[in-house]
Structure formats: C-alpha cells, structure tokens
Design a protein around this ligand. Structure first.
Ligand code: PLP
Length: 376
C-alpha cells in the first residue's frame, strides 16, 4: 500500500544526534537550537525565532503573548486543525469561527470585518497547504481595530506572499507572530517539533521568558544578569538538543527537499489538469501566493464522488485522505458556536481529498493514480 505520507530522512539526523549527545549539552537552547534559529531568521527575515516542541506550543505561546483573557474573542477559520483554536481556548477566549474563501480553504478575508466586536483581540489566519491568505487585507483590519495577527504557518515553511507594495515576504513574518510545525507530516520535520517567529520587537524579551518556564534563564546564560529567577508566566516550551540536532539535518537540506516536493506537485498538476472535470477540480494558487508543495489536493463535486475516489484508489493500493472537519460543528464547540452557517468550510470538509505527496513517492504511483482517476 502506498502510504499518504512517509517522513523523509536526509541521512545526517543520527550523526547530529550523536554529536549533540556527546557534547554533553542535551537540554534545550544549545548549539543545534541556535543553528536552526539563526538559519530561519536569516533565510526568511524573521525578527527572532524560538524552537518549540510543536506548532501547538508556538500557538500557545502566542496566545500568552497576546495576553488573551477570559471573554476575549479570537477570529479563526473553521476549516483548520484543532490546535489553532485550542491554544486560545486554553486562555479562556471565545472562538469566533470564520468561513473559507470559495476558491481555497483559507479564511475569507472579506468576511472578517463583520465578525469584529469590541471584545476581539486577535485574528489567526491559517495558510492552508502553505498557500498564503490575503495578508494585506488582514493586516489592514488589524491596524484599524488594534488587533494582533498570529499566522498559523504550520504548513507554510518556505512559502511567500507578495502584497500591494510588490514586496515578497515569507509567511510567518507578516503578523505579530508566526507559528510553524516540524511534525513528521510537514515538509521538513523532526517527528514532533515547531517554532515561534516573533516579528514585533516589543515581545522579544517576554517571549524568551515564557519559553523558559517563566524565568529569565536565557538572559542569565548570555551573561546579561547575574542570577535568574521566576519573573512571569510560562511553560517548558523548548525542545531538547536531540530534537534540534535532528531538525538541523533537515534544515541543511531544505532546498533539496523543496525541489523534489515541487517536482512531484508539478507532475500531479500536469497529469491531472487535462482530466479535471465537473467531478473534481485542482488547487488554484492565487497570484499573490507561492506554492511550497506542502500538499496536493482535489476538490470533488460532492462527498459521494469523493468517497468513490477514495475506494477506487484504495483498490489500487493507494491511500488518499480527506482533511479537517469544520471546527464550528465539532462535538467540543458546537454548543458554543453562534449557529452561523459556514458553507464554504463545510464544502471543503465534504469535498477535499489529499493525495500522497512525500520525497520518495515513486513516479509510477503518480501514473497509476492518474489512470485510476481517469477511469472515473
Ligand atoms: C500540523 C498543524 C498544526 C499542529 O502542529 P503540531 O506541530 O503537531 O502541534 C497546527 N495547525 C495546522 C494548520 C497544522 O497543519
């Protein structure tokens, strides 16, 4: 059976882990952590990066840094992973779910303003499949209503947005905070891992303290203070050097990984666009966005057509999987949701299908997939 995902190993992971273990510095914020952080800061123009143990952690750190309190409202797309909402729910926020665009699952930037109230504190755009949300509009709203923007860039490493000013910016560098995932299902990975990018320098000092269990230990290690202690809230958000060492092997190979993933994505597009029809259509990348080849998906005309395709592919030993179930109708939130109908989010819940996309995906599987879809 061809799996939906298979984590890629560059071959250097165990070598760097061996180095980390033998260096005697195995806890967090050591040499490998700093190498990864420096790489991302320089390559993507983030003001400051902190590795975390997951994107969920990075989102939780953002919720703390935005000072979200019980009763505050946070605007989040319904078509996303649980963590996007959960990080804010844990701070006591009320989640106001927004609908998706018609053409892709990202938050519909034109439906946000109507959801803003005097209690709104933040907007959390999710760059689905690594494809940018319309950030100019979102940042304009944030400025007008004095809101924070936390980009859920879990799937969006090495992807970009070009706004009205013509400047190309990396995703995760536009809002106040950007949150990334290095879970094994993402483009570069370390099993479980993530990163917080801090783009507003008012938060540099506090983010480090929250990262280090509410202490100023990072400042102490840099020799900026002569003792460290408990100065704020926080948690243990930093990964060990073993995790960072694994990640560094992937970071070093990011160009190679991205080239291969993009070639696979292009191949799918080339094969499937001539046969896309009234039953399914292909992803569209808006002109302001780049494609980082995180995912290749199809949009079927109905849930039945999608189920037929899943079965047919399964009979050829190819796994394909649907994705999020709209969070506004989840068992945990349905009672708390205000009852608004979010039809585009529900459409993607029913009709979106993801195809296998990983570094070692054989070309003949793509050919077989094409033949199978052609037959329906
Ligand atoms: C993967 C993902 C997350 C969670 O990432 P973890 O690193 O597993 O916590 C959050 N949001 C989105 C959109 C994701 O795709």
């Amino acid at each position: 059976m061809t799996p939906f995902n298979k984590p890629y190993l560059t071959g250097k992971e165990t070598h760097y882990i061996y180095e980390a273990v033998n260096s005697g510095k195995i806890s967090g914020n050591g040499m490998f952590t700093q190498r990864c952080q420096n790489y991302f800061e320089e390559k993507y123009g983030f003001e400051k990066c902190l590795l975390t143990t997951s994107c969920t952690d990075a989102l939780e750190m953002s919720a703390i840094l935005c000072d979200i309190k019980p009763g505050d409202e946070v605007i989040i797309p319904s078509y996303t992973f649980v963590s996007t909402a959960l990080a804010f729910v844990r701070q006591g926020a009320k989640i106001v779910f927004a609908d998706s665009r018609k053409d892709n699952p990202n938050i519909d930037e034109n439906k946000i303003e109507a959801l803003i109230t005097s209690k709104t504190k933040a907007i959390v755009p999710v760059h689905y499949a690594g494809v940018a949300c319309e950030m100019d509009k979102i940042m304009e709203l944030a400025e007008k209503y004095k809101l924070f923007v936390v980009e859920d860039a879990a799937q969006a490493i090495d992807s970009f947005y070009t706004g009205k000013d013509g400047v190309r910016k990396s995703l995760g560098s536009i809002g106040h905070f950007g949150c990334f995932s290095f879970h094994e299902t993402k483009n570069i990975q370390c099993g479980e891992g993530g990163m917080l990018a801090i783009n507003d320098n008012r938060f540099l000092k506090r983010s480090e303290i929250i990262w280090e269990k509410g202490t100023n230990r990072a400042e102490f290690f840099r020799g900026e203070v002569d003792k460290y202690g408990w100065v704020d809230t926080g948690s243990s958000f930093l990964p060990s050097e073993v995790t960072a060492a694994f990640l560094y092997a992937q970071v070093e190979n990011i160009e190679k990984i991205q080239r291969k993933r993009k070639a696979i994505w292009e191949k799918y597009y080339e094969l499937l666009s001539p046969i896309s029809n009234s039953k399914f259509r292909l992803p569209e990348i808006p002109v302001f966005a780049t494609n980082n080849a995180h995912m290749f998906y199809l949009i079927f005309s109905s849930i039945d057509e999608r189920s037929k395709a899943i079965e047919k592919l399964k009979s050829k030993n190819i796994s394909s999987v649907f994705h999020y179930l709209s969070l506004h109708s989840s068992p945990y939130y349905i009672e708390k949701h205000d009852g608004r109908n979010l039809q585009e989010a529900d459409k993607f819940t029913k009709c979106l299908l993801r195809l296998p996309l990983f570094f070692e995906l054989p070309e003949k599987v793509q050919e077989e997939l094409f033949q199978t879809l052609k037959s329906i």
